[in-house]
Design a protein around this ligand. Structure first.
Ligand SMILES: Nc1ncnc2c1ncn2[C@@H]1O[C@H](COP(=O)(O)OP(=O)(O)O)[C@@H](O)[C@H]1O
Ligand SMILES: [Mg+2]
Length: 252
């Protein structure tokens, strides 16, 4: 049954071995917005620390108005991915949702996060649909999906799209070959995401242009779709009707 205002230690992560596809941007935006309703931890496992820096900027900017907890863990020196997944499961027990930003290059950490996750979102940018992961990551996603069919989903998310253009047939074909469902929501290439790198989500910034407003709509839709996949009630005002709540939870 869908839960109201309760996410029960769900782990959501953004994964792609490539840098610059929007993992940290999406992680931070989603974490800030969800923290309005849920007890959320933003966990940065990338030693580049973009999400952590963003979180520090947020705490400095909003002070007591900030509801999001931010934490970083780089899991240096680990030998097995299960060290990460076991640690994450323990951390998640204290939160409604843990949103995990992952490093592109440290595959062992990403594998551990995927093994513990309830929802894995793979942001893809135009012309970059292939090579988002190694074979071992793709195999792990299939394995986890088979082992936890009611409790795990993976999705591709088209980020930085030029929304004036339709997705080409060639790109559609490439996406289909990845054998992971594509989210209904996609996010455009929008300047406001650059401003949100200073500790605020795009919903906390005043929209000045039509493109800014579109970005706000897209991120709200993305949150609704994530909530639907995770099986709880939508938090965004402009979310579509919730009649679909009983829909079968999609797996990979
Ligand atoms: N939808 C978007 N529109 C415009 N710029 C974006 C968008 N998503 C990410 N960016 C920008 O792209 C750059 C790389 O994003 P980032 O989130 O750091 O990627 P990653 O964490 O995958 O390395 C950043 O400058 C970020 O502001
Ligand atoms: Mg990053």
């Amino acid at each position: 049954m869908p839960k109201e205002n309760k996410a029960e230690g769900k782990i959501v992560t953004f994964v792609n071995q490539k840098g610059g596809v929007g993992k940290s941007t999406l992680t931070t935006n989603i974490a800030a917005i969800l923290s309005e309703k849920y007890k959320v931890l933003l966990l940065d496992t990338d030693n580049q620390g973009s999400s952590e820096d963003w979180g520090i900027a947020r705490i400095n900017k909003l002070e007591s108005a900030n509801k999001l907890r931010v934490f970083s863990k780089h899991y240096r020196g680990i030998k097995k991915a299960t060290e990460v997944s076991m640690d994450l499961a323990e951390i998640a027990a204290s939160y409604d949702i843990v949103i995990v930003d992952t490093p592109g290059r440290n595959e062992l950490v990403s594998l551990g996060v995927i093994a513990a996750a309830n929802l894995v979102i793979i942001p893809l940018t135009p012309g970059n649909f292939s090579f988002w992961s190694s074979e071992i990551t793709r195999e792990l996603i299939q394995k986890v999906a088979a082992a936890r069919p009611d409790d795990f989903a993976a999705r591709l998310l088209l980020n930085m799209r030029d929304k004036r253009k339709k997705i080409s047939k060639e790109a559609e074909l490439l996406l289909r070959e990845l054998e992971i469902p594509v989210m209904k929501t996609s996010t455009g290439h929008r300047n406001i995401f650059e401003s949100s790198s200073e500790g605020l989500s795009v919903l906390e910034i005043t929209a000045k242009t039509e493109s800014d407003k579109e970005a706000q709509r897209e991120i709200s839709e993305l949150i609704s779709e994530m909530e639907e996949i995770l099986g709880f009630k939508s938090m965004t005002k402009d979310a579509k009707s919730n009649t679909d709540k009983k829909q079968k939870k999609a797996t990979v």
